[in-house]
Design a binder for this molecule. Sequence first.
Ligand code: ZN
Length: 345
Amino acid sequence: MRSIDVHAHLTPQCFWQATEKGGDWHTLKREKDERGQELAVIAGKRQALPPRAKWTPEERLADMDSLGVDVHVVSPYVGFYNYQLDTKVATATARATNDEISSMTRTWPKRFAGLGTLPMQDVKAAITELERCMTQIGLKGVEINDHVNGRTLDEPEFRPFWKAADQLGALVFFHQGGETLVSPRTKRYHLPNTVGNLVDRAVTFATLVSGGVMDECPNLKIVLGHGGGYTCYGIGRMDRGWQVRSEARANIQQPPSTYLRRFYYDCIVYTESALRFLSARIGPTTWRSTGPSPGSSPWRASHSRRKKRSSGGTWSDCSTSEPATQELGITASRPPKRSSRTTRP
Ligand SMILES: [Zn+2]
């Protein structure tokens, strides 16, 4: 069975190159703080760039080989969603990023598949770029945030986007970027990330289902990152609400739990018990998760995989199944020979 990682971000080389000597990349700039940490400067706001953000494709491949990962479904760095910027700027950064990912998939078709990014603040522009991704540059879909400047994706203005994704067969990977629902309550203790990511994902599931999007677009292929957040854990209360409150039944004829298997889930949940719970809830025959991912904590993920291997290995439990791979439209195939390289770039 192939190991396919659908949660593998890329900070585009074109950003690094354009900002190498103090220049800007479609208005985005780069600087270092006093400790040498690389920062992206977007509309005057600074954000630390993630670990290994400078990876070249060759360095990525070396890391994949060292971990035994066959395929990365490469997705853009979520700090560059740029929904808060002018549409022209966001479209320019999206196109450049998507072209770079496309180039990787064409150069290494057996090792990389690609997801793009879209200027979601302008639905018309987003659909145009989605169509380009799917029909011209060979991407498998896109990665988007759980909200667009505070608006969830069940809002009526996004319905044309969902119709387009449905018709184009585009995979849509939900991944938070920037502030989450926890951010207004507290910014302490890293909670906007550690708790907020999971809250946002559950809200995404609930709004798409309860808003009727999944019924209107029966062919949607949606991946909920980070194991779907709190979705599976909280599904019982969603069902209870559907039973007792008419507003929860406004758009759907079946309880929310009947939609769980309409979605795909990655396996970045960090504990074996959570992974087993997720697997049990979604169902063993439709386990649709992915191999381990560098994600935002590559060293920890790498360690986990090695630990599993050395203790007898259960990671086959969370490799993408071949039927799921076909459903997702990931056609990159196993490389002819896996490298035995174990050193890291
Ligand atoms: Zn991620």
